[in-house]
Ligand binder design. Sequence first.
Ligand code: PDD
Length: 280
Amino acid sequence: RTVYVNGEYLPEEEATVSIFDRGFLMADGVYEVTSVLGGKLIDFPGHAARLDRSLTELEMTAPMNAEDLLEVHRELVRRNGIDEGLIYLQITRGNPGDRDFAFPPADTKPTVVLFTQAKPGLAANPTAKVGIKVISIPDIRWGRRDIKTVQLLYPSMAKMAAKKAHVDDAWFVEDGLVTEGTSNNAYIVKGGKIITRNLSNDILHGITRAAVVRFAREAQMEVEERPFTIEEAQGADEAFFTSASAFVMPVVEIDGKAVGTGTPGPVAARLREIYLDESL
Ligand code: PDD
């Protein structure tokens, strides 16, 4: 694999960053995951805009403009011959040369890393035909989940709790209400109405969420943006999640209870189809 690090395209074995990097010592960095279908980047402008926002919120200067960033993405797709897959981008506050809680001087060069992950069959993922199971888990993450930081320890622990429970993923719950999944936005469908938590600092503003909500409304489906409980989700007709890596994925079981018929519902299936059609 050819990867990108700080202006250079290198074989992955030759790409290195400092042990003093703020990303490594402090999880002081942000990231984006963009999918590739048919060699084409999906929703790139949305990911670039959110990256900009994450950087601004953390007082980090953008190392390059969106146009140059797009070119790096395209070059990596070309060099690695990616037809279906993902591109991971990470920007950290760089290497101050030592460990210190205070941010380094603003002219410290950020560390920019990009790599591709080939995922043949990403769009045709057979899991979307059977759906996935989730458990609920307390949301004890920090209060700025709208910033896409690399602080992913708790989501990783939640994923392990899901594995231990022999299910696929976990939905976070705070104050009795579902916030989002470990790495996705959560939805339910009741009486034809799509319900998903409203945007705030409590959840990541999913790029796939924005597109899916728009497509649903364009298709005359009703979308209500408000929080819901696990009990409401268990009693819903359907549940699903969205993310750049899974698009629209049906959720058929929550905490051991089947949602609806326990099989993927028509609304999730239709939204997945619309999303993939519109993206290709
Ligand atoms: N995760 N919520 C969280 C906590 C996420 O980490 C993600 C994305 C989403 C969905 O956002 P989007 O539609 O823009 O991908 C929601 C990525 C895919 C990841 O961490 O791999």
